[in-house]
Ligand binder design. Structure first.
Ligand SMILES: Cc1cc2nc3c(=O)[nH]c(=O)nc-3n(C[C@H](O)[C@H](O)[C@H](O)COP(=O)(O)O)c2cc1C
Length: 320
């Protein structure tokens, strides 16, 4: 693709990012994506026990990733996590210099990260937040559209309409996250004004990802109607359509209850561990992107990157 700003900034061959997904963005997956010329992103909770030490886990995982690749990789930070500053400190101490921030204001830690020469990518779900992120000095905005898996912006804006409006509003590079499953989505994202793509669900269905085989099988079996959005009373949350998620869709918080607390207990990222890492899909909820019907086989992470890169060239040649 022609605009190489993002590739230069991140020192990668292909502007293809693997989303940092709670519990399962493990060193082997991250290293495989980065070795293939994309950018792998570690999640601080990858592989961790339910009540584990997240800072220690992150430190070990950064070291493990570095043993597997000399290529650049990133770390993601959920800004509403009370431990987030400690996690950022660990990442910086361990030499990580690419940070993806989400779930809070970029005013919080962009300055701290940039003072240590980190490149900051911030996830947004509206044009207003994209403008705000640029004003706070972030290097790249990630347009996190309604198609994506997991926690969605309450405005529920899909990428097909969000990305061109963000492209008109900011001058920093834009990455599309949500709904990109293959080369067709990649080319479409670039046509909308993006400089790169981030894939979550597609990279979970890879050999290197430590997600439970039952969860991966469920992804392969899902069709176009395979996801469901629950939790609209607080944070819309896109889930794989399975027993518990169907029940959760209609669960409303009891009157006078704390909506954040209720949502945390029903649909928060800690709830998905049991489904995506332990394979208990009936008793717990699993996040999943709306494009899951396009995921039909388990591949290696390198094949995912290569299929996007070579497939996009074929599509573009066919359009000429
Ligand atoms: C299993 C899974 C868990 C996720 N967990 C979170 C999360 O806790 N918070 C969040 O903001 N996004 C979460 N996401 C969304 C990803 O960060 C990314 O935005 C999304 O997967 C991109 O869309 P796609 O799945 O269509 O590729 C999750 C995605 C998946 C597949």
């Amino acid at each position: 693709m022609r605009d190489i700003r993002l590739r230069r900034l991140l020192a990668i061959d292909h502007p293809i990012l693997q989303a940092g997904v709670p519990w399962v963005s493990n060193p082997e997956l991250v290293a495989a994506v980065s070795e293939a010329g994309g950018l792998g992103i570690l999640h601080p909770s990858a592989g961790m026990a339910p009540e584990g030490d997240m800072a220690g886990n992150l430190r070990e995982n950064i070291r493990a990733t570095r043993r597997l690749t000399a290529a650049p990789f990133g770390v993601c930070f959920y800004l509403a996590n009370p431990q987030v500053e400690g996690l950022i400190d660990v990442a910086l101490q361990e030499g990580a210099r690419i940070a993806v921030t989400y779930g809070g204001s970029p005013a919080l830690f962009t300055g701290k990260l940039k003072a240590d020469d980190a490149t900051v990518l911030h996830q947004v779900s509206t044009v207003r937040h994209a403008r705000g992120a640029e004003a706070q000095g972030v290097d790249v905005v990630i347009a996190d559209g309604y198609e994506g898996g997991g926690i969605r912006g309450p405005e529920e804006i899909p990428n097909l309409v969000l990305v061109p409006q963000i492209a008109e509003a900011v001058s920093i590079p834009i990455i599309v996250s949500g709904g990109v499953m293959d080369a067709r989505g990649y080319v479409a994202a670039m046509a909308l004004g993006a400089h790169g793509v981030q894939l979550g669900t597609r990279f979970v269905a890879t050999h290197e990802c430590i997600a439970h085989p039952k969860y991966k099988e469920a992804l392969l079996g899902a069709i176009d109607t395979g996801t469901i959005v629950a939790g609209r009373y607080h944070w819309p949350t896109r889930l794989l359509r399975s027993g518990k998620s169907i029940r959760s869709k209609n669960t409303e918080p009891p009157q006078d209850s704390d909506r954040q607390e209720f949502w945390d207990g029903e649909l928060g990222a800690t709830q998905i561990r049991e489904a995506i890492l332990d394979g208990n899909l009936d008793s717990s909820v699993a996040y999943c992107g709306a494009g899951v019907g396009l995921v039909s086989e388990i591949m290696s992470a390198a094949e995912v990157v290569e299929n996007l890169a070579s497939g996009s060239r074929t599509i573009i040649a066919g359009l000429r």
